[in-house]
Design a protein around this ligand. Structure first.
Ligand code: SF4
Length: 219
């Protein structure tokens, strides 16, 4: 069976985390995830919103900075209009190796956008989101039978929207995550990485530490 985008994302974070996640009786995300993802479909309104309105939204930065970030993204990204008004939303993509939801299809020919409810890195995108975006691009390429060589990753709670190319390194990370998903049949080794283990919701079970809100928002 094809690996799901979300399993690939979690495996890229830590294969052992995917092992625990798969044993959960209910893997549906908490409501805060949907609330934050919803911001990515309201950029035109959020650009015009006043401070009080933005403060009532699930936004992680002060209103002025939020609007400035969105304005910068609008100026920087040639495909901004399509990001703000995508041709399709929450599209199920069924590829040869992987399947899952692309939160948006952007442009013509289309490329996928994935929307993270979490915090962005200083630059670029986190590795699990890179893997998720490559997976979505590959599934889209399989469906359309044409190459898809870039994707969008959005962190709407921070007003951050970034375009990534499917470089050799990103594709290799996707392959590694795919192998981890396909070979998962028992608990893999711990990652031995405090930066990953500290916010991990399975830290207690895994023998490392305890659950935090951040762990619910992204891998
Ligand atoms: S606590 Fe660390 S090793 Fe254990 S599942 Fe989480 S990230 Fe992986």
């Amino acid at each position: 069976m094809a690996a799901t985008f979300s399993d690939l994302r979690v495996a890229a974070y830590c294969p052992r985390k995917l092992y625990y996640r798969r044993r959960e009786p209910d893997r549906s995300p908490p409501a805060v995830v949907a609330d934050r993802r919803d911001l990515a479909f309201r950029y035109p309104d959020l650009l015009l919103a006043d401070d009080a309105t933005l403060r009532a939204e699930p936004i992680e930065v002060p209103p002025g900075r939020y609007r400035r970030r969105l304005r910068r993204a609008r100026e920087r990204l040639a495909c901004w209009d399509e990001i703000a008004a995508p041709r399709a939303r929450n599209v199920l993509l069924d590829g040869r190796e992987c399947r899952g939801i692309a939160h948006k299809l952007v442009g013509d020919p289309p490329r996928p956008a994935i929307v993270s409810p979490g915090d962005p890195p200083e630059a670029g995108v986190w590795e699990p989101h890179s893997v998720q975006a490559v997976a979505a691009a590959k599934a889209l390429a399989w469906e359309r039978q044409r190459p898809v060589e870039s994707a969008i990753v959005e962190y709407p709670a921070h007003g951050v929207v970034r375009s990534i190319d499917l470089t050799t390194r990103r594709k290799a990370a996707f392959r590694e995550a795919l192998r981890a998903v396909e070979s998962l049949d028992g608990p893999p080794s711990r990652v031995e990485d405090d930066a990953k283990c500290e916010p991990c919701e399975y830290a207690g079970e895994c023998g490392v530490r305890s659950r935090s809100l951040k762990s619910l928002l992204g891998d």
